[in-house]
Design a protein around this ligand. Structure first.
Ligand code: AHR
Length: 557
């Protein structure tokens, strides 16, 4: 994949051998479940809140790829589809309901081909370019910086702008952040005003290229690390806008790439002061049931492919844990954040669609891939500061699909997982220990427990996420709730008639959340029956001992 650094340094190699997903040694719980002779149990200590789960773990990604930006978000002002300055109103409303915390743009691979000055000024005068990665089509640049920042404001979200290292200059990147964020009459701030925007925007996240080991320039790790230092230096903080610069990180298990970037980062030894010149490193990993050449169908899969997919989704946690171990070695004070800014399923495109557009359906299986990722993210929220599913509309594991003929909008099963899990955003993580009799599938030499879980608390409430990974069997479990009294609960479940069930314009609610009725009081807490292939959330109201708990919360902050 890369010829970056042939091997990882020896001390890290042994550290990684010891880092099993969620090993207690690395200070986190993991997807592995302990064995029990009794009924399945999920034990949650409600009075022991851990780190804050950043809302940015629920981030999004929109690339100039297929029908994501054009048709998905942007239909133009003359469209019959109701829009605000060309941006679809229904898409904005659906994403506002999810409280999406950030949006990454313009790529992806596209970012390292993109020259931002081509996308400003009067639309009819903007030059065209070739989108060589995605369909080799002509891009007219009608959606550019102002349109993206307008979208960010309509969504009430935060901007993650990804700059161009592969084919762009340092000056170009430096001028972009000046254009976006500078308040005075500097050359770029004045140019922005000429183009109709007086006030600077806020841009809290800026990507220093993308996949530099591949589409972003085919670089070696050390060569890219030097460029990341250089380019990051010129992404300046203007007018009180504080940027987190995100160096383009590894694919999958390329820990040597992460190590090279950590070696090149500075100011990591002491607790005080920001890391420099970049403050975060990204990683990418996609879930598929087959090999890269034949990733599998989104909607037609066997039971074996079901389990292989979920096992590969669970593997994401192992990757996060191991990249975090490499980072811990150089950065004990966790000044550099890990940003998982491309994750999700990648299937063969839907038959009859453009292979370069990456349009795929989204089933109950995709929903569980998402819920499994989130369980792992919650457990590693001490290092993981952001994650972005790929991609928001009409591309890969989307929240929203739109019909090319009619424009009709469909919310996917994955959308509903984001909605049901929204309460975890900025809540404090709670350990959720899974105890199972022996319900573990063996896939590719890895054990896959049939239940995945995670939990968090706001102090007054707790949210528990539960995924029954069993393809065919329902699962009854005891929610063993300790440390706080529980005064009320509501439970919601997401499933479909089959594991391949999905939503279409004709059947938009084939997979939609409904109240989970099978919840009974139990001496240890609650007894719950989950349908086969389902995701559920249980929201708990916590009792009057909340005062004590919130004091504890303050003390541990
Ligand atoms: O998300 C699709 C593509 O996957 C992105 O453009 C690239 O970064 C990755 O390879």
């Amino acid at each position: 994949m890369t010829d970056s650094v042939p091997t990882l340094s020896a001390d890290l190699t042994s550290a990684l051998t010891a880092t099993t997903p969620g090993s207690r040694a690395s200070g986190s719980t993991g997807p592995s479940a302990a064995r029990t002779d009794g009924p399945a149990r999920v034990v949650v200590d409600l009075d022991l809140p851990g780190v804050t789960i950043s809302r940015h773990l629920y981030g999004h990604f929109a690339e100039h790829l297929g029908r994501c930006i054009y048709e998905g978000f942007y239909v133009g002002e003359d469209s019959e589809i109701p829009n605000t300055r060309g941006i679809r109103d229904d898409v904005v409303a659906a994403l506002r309901a999810l409280q999406i915390p950030n949006l990454r743009w313009p790529g992806g691979c596209f970012a390292d081909d993109y020259h931002w000055k081509d996308g400003i000024g009067p639309r009819e005068q903007r030059p065209q370019m070739v989108n060589s990665h995605w369909g080799d089509i002509v891009e007219d640049n009608s959606f550019g910086t102002h349109e993206f920042m307008d979208l960010v404001e309509l969504l009430g979200t935060e901007a993650y702008v990804n700059g161009n290292v592969g084919s762009g200059t340092v000056r170009e990147m430096s001028e972009w952040i000046e254009y976006l964020t500078r308040a005075d009459d500097s050359p770029m701030a004045s140019l922005r005003r000429e183009n109709g925007r007086d006030e600077p925007w806020k841009v809290p996240y800026f990507g220093i290229g993308n996949e530099a080991w591949g589409c972003g320039g085919n670089m070696r790790a050390e060569d890219y690390a030097a460029l990341a230092r250089q380019y990051s230096t010129y992404v300046r903080d203007h007018a009180g806008n504080e940027v987190t610069r995100i160096a383009a990180g590894a694919s999958d298990h390329d820990y040597a790439w992460t190590e090279a970037l950590m070696r090149a980062a500075t100011n990591l030894e002491k607790r005080e002061g920001k890391a420099g010149p970049y403050q975060a490193i990204s990683m990418h990993y996609y879930t598929m049931s087959g090999p890269w050449q034949d990733k599998g169908s989104a909607t037609e899969f066997t039971e074996e492919e079901w389990y292989r997919t979920l096992s590969r989704a669970a593997h994401a946690e192992e990757l996060v844990a191991r990249h975090a171990t490499v980072m811990d070695h150089y950065d004990p004070h966790k000044k550099v954040g890990l940003v998982f800014d491309e994750w999700g399923t990648w299937w063969n495109v839907e038959p009859g669609t453009n292979p370069g557009f990456l349009y795929q359906q989204n089933t109950v299986r995709d929903a569980l891939v998402a819920s499994i990722h989130f369980d792992g993210f919650h457990r590693h929220a001490d290092r993981l500061i952001m994650a972005n599913i790929a991609q928001t509309v009409n591309v890969l594991q989307a929240m929203i699909l739109t019909d090319p003929e009619t424009g009709a909008l469909v919310l996917t099963p994955t959308y509903h997982v984001f909605a049901m899990n929204a309460g975890h955003q900025d809540a404090r993580a709670l350990a959720a220990h899974v105890l199972l009799p022996e319900e573990v599938a063996e896939v590719d030499g890895r054990a896959l427990p049939m239940l995945s879980a995670s939990a968090s608390t706001t102090g007054k409430t707790a949210l528990i996420s539960l995924s029954n990974l069993d393809h065919a069997e329902e699962r009854t479990l005891v929610l063993d709730l300790r440390g706080r009294s529980v005064t009320g609960h509501t439970a919601t479940v997401l499933t479909g008639a089959s594991s391949a069930a999905h939503n279409t314009p004709e059947q938009p609610e084939a997979v939609a959340p409904v109240a989970l009725e099978a919840v009974r009081e139990h001496e240890r807490g609650l007894e719950i029956t989950l349908p086969p292939h389902s995701f559920a959330t249980v929201e708990l109201q916590l009792g009057s001992d909340a005062a004590r708990a919130s004091t504890e919360l303050r003390q541990t902050m």
